[in-house]
Ligand binder design. Sequence first.
Ligand code: SF4
Ligand code: SF4
Length: 84
Amino acid sequence: MAFQHHIDSERCKGCGLCVAVCPKKVLEISTKINDKGYFPAYQARPEDCVFCAMCCLMCPDVAITISEIVDEAAGEEEREGTYG
Ligand code: SF4
Ligand code: SF4
């Protein structure tokens, strides 16, 4: 089963809680500012993500989503997870 990790950089307020909670040190705060004037979190090391969903649970702005990627005969389809 495959998962996809997504951070909505326009929702993110750059509080750093997800960066602190990630057990694999996947996340960092970007040096690029978003439209609201915050420095959003991003996946600096996505290959290390174990999809534990700790960052999703921690985020006060519900900016992080983990979606399950379902392989169908007709192709690939995404199903929204309920973690974020
Ligand atoms: S899902 Fe887990 S391993 Fe992946 S970025 Fe979030 S806290 Fe880190
Ligand atoms: S916890 Fe949420 S708001 Fe805070 S830096 Fe992470 S994604 Fe952004």
